[in-house]
Ligand binder design. Structure first.
Ligand code: CMP
Length: 141
């Protein structure tokens, strides 16, 4: 298991004023921030990032939403980071997310679900590389 994952705080969460609270939850859950950027994703960037979903019926909705406002892109470090972050954020659909998870607290719907988390070590590496160069990441011991 790797110790890095890729996360995003999505436009709905930032629009709703939850950026600071979600960062606080992230740090309180024991994640170290290796890299962070506040960006406004272009539609083309969103389509590239979510290319794996391009045949899905919700692809246009997803990429339009992701390019509708600010997103904070994050590289995070913790032991077993991918699964630890997925536990911290809860189920993709906030209606199914457990109490105490970020999505339970801050997400409003399946399409506007506040945060993203990579689903495997392999994808975490690819997704971190989509928004960060190696030299932009802090290295902790
Ligand atoms: P995320 O973890 O960022 O990965 C893909 C995203 O697609 C997911 O979160 C949801 O926000 C979104 N998504 C998944 N299923 C649907 C759906 N049925 N309708 C709209 N959006 C969806």
């Amino acid at each position: 298991m790797g110790n890095k994952t890729y996360a995003m705080i999505k436009p709905d969460a930032i629009r709703n004023g939850h950026l600071g609270k979600i960062l606080d939850c992230t740090i309180s859950a024991g994640f170290k921030i290796l890299g962070a950027k506040l960006i406004r994703m272009t539609k083309a960037q969103a389509e590239g990032f979510y290319a794996i979903h391009k045949e899905r019926p919700f692809f246009n909705e997803l990429t339009t939403f992701m390019s509708s406002g600010q997103t904070m892109v994050l590289a995070l470090q913790k032991e077993n980071a991918v699964s630890a972050w997925r536990t911290t954020i809860g189920a993709t659909n906030p209606a199914e997310a457990e109490e105490g998870t970020i999505r339970k607290e801050f997400a409003t719907s399946l399409s506007e679900n506040a945060v993203h988390g990579a689903d495997s070590d392999e994808n975490a590496k690819i997704e971190i590389g989509f928004f960060f160069t190696e030299s932009e990441l802090i290295s902790y011991q």
